[in-house]
Design a protein around this ligand. Sequence first.
Ligand code: VJV
Ligand code: CA
Ligand code: ZN
Length: 393
Amino acid sequence: ESGITRPKGYNVSFHCNPDMEKHHFGMTHPMKPWRLTLSKSLIYSYGMSFAMDNYISRAATYEELASFHSTDYLDFLGTVLPEPVPRDVENQNPDLKFNLGGSDCPLFDGLYDYCSLSAGGALDAARKITSKQSDIAIAWGGGLHHAKKAEASGFCYINDIVIAILELLRFYPRVLYIDIDVHHGDGVEEAFFSTDRVMTVSFHKYDPNNFFPGTGALDDNGPKNEHNSGAHHAVNVPLNDGITDEQYDMLFNSIIGRIVEKFRPGAIALQCGADSLAGDRLGRFNLQVQGHGACVEFCKKVGLPLVLFGGGGYTPRNVARAWTYETSIAVGCQDKISPVLPQHTPWRDQFRHDTLFPTLEQILGEPRQNRNPQKRLQEIVQHISEQLRFVQA
Ligand code: VJV
Ligand code: CA
Ligand code: ZN
């Protein structure tokens, strides 16, 4: 008896496909699609499926993928076969077609299926929003923000977010895209660089020489030509190692609060990359499950139709914690669920290793030194406030 009930007059839909989760990027590759299975099993163990409409997402069609991607790229993606290249030469190989087959974006069995299932889930979620059947639609298998029109990048092959936003744009004049993955949401920013119908906002670790993808400086705000309608419609929040919940919350609330007021979007697309959590294998921040989830809570309170995407997240047990907590926020049962992990979750042994009494909110990993002076964060808020003076809804 979980006591979790369906919120009245409020619909949350959950989109996933177990076939997507079976794929492997390679034994030691940080991207592990089974983290989606782990997350879902924790979500279901808490009884949250009873509070949502649950859908097995379909694979996106070739035409749907081609709404953003070039057919040259899609044709190649659909026909390449995994042929393992010796590990040490592949990075230097300048002939990687469409950046496919290196160590970041390896070719693996079923790659095209994996990609079309990820995009299918995102697109199904967007369509539940546009058809007004959902107030919040969740696609944890999406969020692959680095993929370009004709290029794979950073573990991402198909940009499901761009495809989903294009669908939202058929119904809403303006869409706000927010990205809390620790990496810069460069693919989404680039796709909508020249339009004032999408404002992209990314919070990320920024170090042009030492952290992927190296873009997303504070003053990269869209085309420099004022006559281009996309000017001022890219917002970047470059951060340093170790940012805390309190600091992130201050930034998120003041920046997103101002943007919603100025830009007046019809819908919000939120990429919830969980690599911004403390203890992430690739990340650098100190966010806790609460601090990460506070972003979802803030967006929900704005009261606009909301699509939640996954994204990065390389410490699977923490990813499962964050996306479970965020699912509970979506359905509004965050105060009802027990912090102690359910006894009967099939994956409880996974979490056993963390602490003697595994809980939802206690994540694993040592905190990093905080290299974000308060003064710098104030400057960031100041810059963005000034940028927004040029934005008209
Ligand atoms: O930093 C990079 C690019 C290199 C070339 C490839 N080597 C492996 C690393 C340096 C310059 N790539 C990043 C990509 C991060 C993608 C993040 C994706 C998301 O979370 O934003 C959205 C889903 C990077 N950082 C770490 C690694 N690559 C990495 C890749 C591996 C690996 C270990 C680390 C690939 C294979 C294996 N280990 C076995
Ligand atoms: Ca980001
Ligand atoms: Zn990331």
